[in-house]
Design a protein around this ligand. Structure first.
Ligand code: 13P
Length: 251
């Protein structure tokens, strides 16, 4: 029912020249892949270089962040319309690295989600618990709070443009991915909360991705779970053969 979605988050890597080269290699490695959606999220400064390389292919352009206002005196800020003008379709919002290193709160994430939706972008809301929260038995509480606060005042009509990425903080960049059981449990909590917020029907098309140490070795497992609609890939998305193997993992 939901088209599988594989997104690569390049984080703070690649100059424009490197990004264009990486995108060219990904385009050729993914030739013939049509049954799912793929997006790449280069840094802001490489979006203009990657856009033309993937134009006309089935690969979509994503940004890693955006500002919550439309324009104005926000030095260093990047607005939704600037991203749209560069051909971005998707935008990551609330990645845990933004929350941890840049002080983003659920409230700010909510404003960014609404800015993306005000424009023509499709936000990918990132949520996930820290290790201490999981160990303290607070998984459900944390996910419910993040989903509720980050999606406050988002209408059911806009839900179809939304995706959610479940990225447990302890699994990001550690090589220690969540087990299938843990990922499925978290995805079920998130879907239930989306259904409470938007209604079952409006929530149905929202894709929930898993992120955190996704690799060619574990991608097929995630692909086998109906609750997992795709993956958000960090480190492995910078390695063409690994990213291609994850895309071809049997979604
Ligand atoms: P890794 O795949 O490197 O663990 O990163 C996951 C992530 O943060 C994707 O947004």
């Amino acid at each position: 029912m939901r088209t599988p979605f594989i997104a690569g988050n390049w984080k703070m890597n690649t100059t424009p020249t490197e990004a264009a080269g990486l995108a060219r290699e990904i385009v050729s490695a993914l030739e013939g892949v049509y049954n799912l959606e793929v997006a790449v999220a280069p840094p802001f400064t490489s979006l203009a270089a990657v856009g033309p390389v993937i134009r006309g292919t089935s690969i979509r352009l994503a940004a890693q962040d955006l500002h919550w206002e439309d324009h104005g005196p926000f030095t260093g800020g990047i607005s939704h319309s600037m991203l749209e003008a560069l051909g971005c379709v998707y935008v990551l919002v609330g990645h845990s690295e933004r929350r941890i290193y840049f002080g983003e709160t659920d409230h700010l994430v909510n404003r960014k989600i609404k800015a993306a939706l005000r424009g023509g972008l499709r936000p990918i809301l990132c949520v996930g618990e820290e290790e201490a929260e999981r160990k303290g038995g607070r998984l459900r509480e944390v996910l419910v709070r993040q989903v509720d606060r980050c999606l406050e005042d988002v209408s059911a009509g806009a839900a179809g443009r939304l995706a959610v990425a479940y990225e447990p903080v302890w699994a990001i960049g550690t090589g220690r991915a969540a087990t299938l059981e843990d990922a499925v449990e978290a995805h079920q909590i998130i879907r239930h909360q989306l259904e409470l917020l938007f209604g079952t029907q409006a929530a149905a098309p929202v894709r929930i991705l898993y992120g955190g140490s996704v690799s060619p070795g574990n991608a097929a497992g995630f692909a086998s779970q109906p609750e997992v609609d795709g993956v958000l890939v960090g480190g492995a998305s910078l390695k063409v053969a690994e990213f291609a193997a994850i895309v071809r993992a049997g979604w």
